[in-house]
Design a protein around this ligand. Sequence first.
Ligand SMILES: *[C@@H]1O[C@H](CO)[C@@H](O)[C@H](O)[C@H]1NC(C)=O
Ligand SMILES: *[C@@H]1O[C@H](CO)[C@@H](O)[C@H](O)[C@H]1NC(C)=O
Ligand SMILES: *[C@@H]1O[C@H](CO)[C@@H](O)[C@H](O)[C@H]1NC(C)=O
Length: 214
Amino acid sequence: MFIIALLCLVGIAVAQQPHPCTSPPQWEGRIFSSNEKQHDTMRGKISYDATYRRVRIIEDFEVGDDEYAFDILSLFDSGLEFVYDLKAHNCTRRPITEQWRDFGIPQNARSYGEAYIGSSSFPDAGVLITIWGGNFTIPSVNVTLSYVSTWTYKGCLPVSRTVYSDTYGNDVLSIYDVTVGISDPNVFIPRRECLTAEEYTMRQALFGTPNKKN
Ligand SMILES: *[C@@H]1O[C@H](CO)[C@@H](O)[C@H](O)[C@H]1NC(C)=O
Ligand SMILES: *[C@@H]1O[C@H](CO)[C@@H](O)[C@H](O)[C@H]1NC(C)=O
Ligand SMILES: *[C@@H]1O[C@H](CO)[C@@H](O)[C@H](O)[C@H]1NC(C)=O
């Protein structure tokens, strides 16, 4: 009898263990991030494509008293990044050194349960989110960072990502107004200012139709 009761309890505990949901691989939204230690804040618009591992962010960036505006296209499968300075009107092409970081829930993440942002007391006054955390290592510098991130329970859309570290300070990123899919497929083609005339002529062939890497 006791064992059966115990098994029932274990059964309930297992049943309640949340499973990571699957985020849409492509979405767009507004982002806001800040890092107190680095004295920086960033407000921007992001187009995110986990299928072909590419991200475009148009951002206002402030560090200390300095204000910048960038249009950054990061093509992780090509290992290439185009940084257009929207104030100086010049473009820098550079290799991507950091690893791809997916906005989906990592397989090895630990559940911190679910919660309402706002309230469940009134209709439409809250958003149910699912909370996951863990840690990851940046191999190039061998630094391990802890994170806690949240996704909407319905739709599994990213809501926030907080990365804690003594080395880099705490990074808090919030995501708003998410729309699923990519509204303009050309968003992952570098700006004209970032390409040579020859590359610009061939831009669709060079950047428009990536091959899926496995
Ligand atoms: C772009 O212009 C800024 C401001 O004049 C300058 O600091 C930066 O080095 C320039 N970058 C490139 C790639 O020319
Ligand atoms: C990383 O996460 C694992 C599992 O959650 C934990 O055991 C470990 O202590 C964490 N390491 C660090 C450096 O936070
Ligand atoms: C990374 O750092 C940990 C401890 O901080 C150490 O045990 C490990 O050997 C390091 N790995 C590499 C590849 O340097």
